[in-house]
Ligand binder design. Structure first.
Ligand code: ATP
Length: 382
């Protein structure tokens, strides 16, 4: 683990970190906080630079000499400058009206601000003269690789923290401390809105190894994922490797994990979690397509096309195998040189027959039996 001094030097080596060091000095009440400090001390690259300010946030924001793109009366500001972005927050205390509610906030001290946080390793502030302020045990926990909540009501105040702990356990390879583990097991996700739980699920899907996050959350408390959800489906790695650049790895992952769920329950759950209707339908379709028997059995290009046409690329990738690969890499891009206007001009009446004839010509083309306008037209008019 790095020393605080070495963490400041690592910050200086980063262009956005260097900007912070030019703007702020020790003793002026501005501190780097949360994940950035954790990651710098762990010799990892910080994902975002969050600052906590004891005092006037707008004055601190102005010192970064960037564009202040958002700020509000609760004392937050977002500053962008030369491709960097900084989140500033007035040091605050919090209280919860009821479990699962969003917190009520008021200005507070740095210590209070650290004590409202989720786990000890995220409750560390680093000022720009390398002074560290942290909750008790935070540095020891960081050194030991241990995730520990700050107090016994933590998961009652905010049950989404169970997801946060699971994501950190998966990403950092940290252990969950025993007391924290038993508090997580007693947490009740049903006091939280579906949208907030869905936001945590979406963050888990963006982790480097989503199945590790799913396994971690199920290990802490099985109520955080629905019945029948499989955290690490066997078919997933091969399907992800097949997925083309225009596909959605997150939705493919979700479809693979939910293939064993009841179809109706899956759609209801996705709605509850705040997925859009197109996302929900894609996951629903892809999760049911996993067996894909006709696609696997297809023996010609035209048969492959008939089995895969209209299915989302995520569904085809999940079926896997050579036929899926051929469809995704080549066949789905094949287009006819003729279109409906050519058939109308040749005297075919407007209506569904046009589409059926074009499809027949395309199947011929896929099977190598028609190439060029002339032959395509002949195949369509047969
Ligand atoms: P990541 O690397 O996942 O971005 P992060 O620690 O920066 O991790 P954020 O979600 O950006 O996570 O939150 C920033 C900080 O705010 C956290 O480090 C933590 O101190 C605090 N925090 C965020 N969400 C909560 C929460 N639900 N309860 C308590 N503290 C929280």
């Amino acid at each position: 683990m790095r020393s605080p001094q070495a963490a400041v030097e690592a910050l200086r080596a980063d262009p956005c970190g260097a900007r912070l060091l030019r703007a702020f000095a020790g003793g002026d009440g501005v501190h780097l906080v949360g994940g950035a400090v954790r990651d710098l001390l762990l010799e990892r690259s910080p994902r975002e630079l969050d600052l906590v300010v004891e005092g006037d946030v707008d004055a601190a924001a102005a010192r970064l000499r960037g564009e202040i793109t958002a700020h509000d009366r609760f004392g937050t500001a977002l500053v962008r400058a030369d491709g960097c972005s900084f989140d500033l927050v007035r040091a605050r205390g919090e209280s919860y009206a009821h479990p699962g509610a969003l917190p009520e906030v008021r200005p507070g001290t740095l210590d209070e601000d650290l004590r409202r946080r989720d786990v000890t390793i995220n409750a560390i502030a680093l000022s720009f003269d390398a002074t560290v302020t942290a909750v008790e045990g935070a540095l020891d926990d960081l050194r030991a690789g241990m995730l520990r909540v700050l107090h016994d009501r933590s998961f009652v105040d905010d049950p989404t923290r169970v997801w946060r702990v699971a994501r950190y356990a998966a990403r950092l390879g940290f252990d969950v401390e025993e007391r924290t583990r038993s508090l997580a097991a007693a947490a009740d996700p049903s006091t939280v809105s579906g949208d907030r739980l869905g936001a945590e699920l979406r963050l888990a899907l963006r982790e480097p190894d989503p199945p590790a996050a799913f396994e971690a959350v199920l290990d802490l408390n099985p109520a955080y994922l629905p019945d029948g959800f499989e955290p690490r489906p066997r078919a997933l790695p091969a399907a992800l490797a097949l997925l083309p650049g225009d596909g959605r790895a997150d939705l493919l992952t979700l479809a693979a994990c939910s293939a064993g769920m009841d179809a109706g329950a899956l759609l209801r759950w996705l709605d509850e979690m705040g997925f859009t209707a197109p996302e929900r339908d894609l996951v629903g379709a892809a999760s049911r397509f996993v067996t894909g028997a006709p696609l696997r059995a297809a023996r010609t290009n035209a048969e492959i096309a008939r089995a895969a046409r209209g299915a989302p690329v995520e569904a085809v990738a999940l079926v896997g195998g050579d036929n899926a690969r051929r469809w995704l890499d080549e066949l789905r891009h094949v287009r006819l040189e003729i279109d409906g206007r050519d058939l109308l001009a040749a005297g075919i009446p407007e209506g569904p027959e046009i589409g059926a004839r074009l499809q027949r010509a395309l199947d011929r083309k896929l099977d190598g039996e028609a190439s060029g306008r002339e032959q395509e037209l002949r195949a369509a008019l047969e």
